[in-house]
Design a binder for this molecule. Structure first.
Ligand SMILES: [Fe+2]
Ligand SMILES: [Fe+2]
Length: 240
């Protein structure tokens, strides 16, 4: 991820994104999570409206910010992320600290970017905005609407909007897509039910309703036999 540049080392943002996708694929066994997260995050922001503000923010900056939500996982012992066994409370506490580690890592990225030492796939303005938003998302994406989340226990609208979107999107992705550590006991309709039940408790009600408007037609169109472990589509998504 470090590349020499005229005597200085430059940090390559694309390298961090590649590393995160490898952590998703090989360690956490949630292949494609960051990409789906960013895609659904953008769709939910757009479905929520507020175009007078979010319409001004470059979509590529939002894309970058959502993809970096779990950047703090780079600093967690990877054995804890693979979840092959039940974590002890000390290990779980460490995993939960990926939010604060993420904030710290993004502060470094922002400093290097300001100093011209961060190579980014995006333009300078988009990178500046993207990293600022990424910091908020990384730190607060496990806060719950009712104050029961971490790391700060913020509640309601004191949680930044994009972090409230991220909370719903993270849960939706975990529930809707097969994960390596979970058997084939999930069903898209169960995911919808879980999201509905969490509205106003774990999840921001407005954001939940927007996400449900997007996800419901897709989940309801799912094959009635889902999850059928012999389904070639399921096999393909587990193997990708
Ligand atoms: Fe996370
Ligand atoms: Fe995540």
């Amino acid at each position: 991820m470090f590349i020499p540049a005229g005597g200085w080392f430059k940090y390559e943002l694309e390298g961090a994104l590649r590393l995160l996708s490898r952590i998703d694929f090989e360690v956490a066994r949630t292949p494609g999570h960051c990409l789906r997260f960013a895609a659904l995050g953008l769709a939910v922001v757009s479905e929520c409206g507020h175009f007078e503000f979010w319409g001004q923010v470059p979509a590529r900056a939002l894309w970058l910010a959502f993809q970096l939500h779990d950047v703090g996982k780079m600093a967690i012992p990877w054995a804890f992320l693979s979840k092959r066994r039940r974590l002890t409370s000390a290990e779980r506490e460490m995993v939960e600290r990926h939010t604060e580690f993420g904030e710290n890592i993004l502060e470094f990225f922002r400093e290097w970017h300001r100093a011209g030492r961060l190579k980014s796939p995006l333009g300078r303005f988009e990178t500046t905005i993207g990293l600022r938003l990424a910091r908020e998302i990384a730190l607060y994406h496990h806060e719950n609407w009712d104050g029961s989340g971490y790391p700060r226990g913020l509640r309601g609208r004191s949680i930044p909007f994009l972090a409230r979107v991220a909370r719903v999107v993270d849960a939706a992705d975990a529930l809707l897509f097969p994960r390596g550590y979970r058997g084939a006991d999930w069903h898209p309709k169960k995911a919808l039910e879980f999201l509905r039940q969490g509205e106003g408790k774990i999840f921001d009600p407005e954001v939940t309703r927007a996400a449900l408007r997007l996800i419901t037609p897709v989940a309801e169109a799912a094959c009635p036999e889902c999850p059928n472990p012999t389904c070639p589509l399921l096999q393909a998504s587990l193997l990708q």
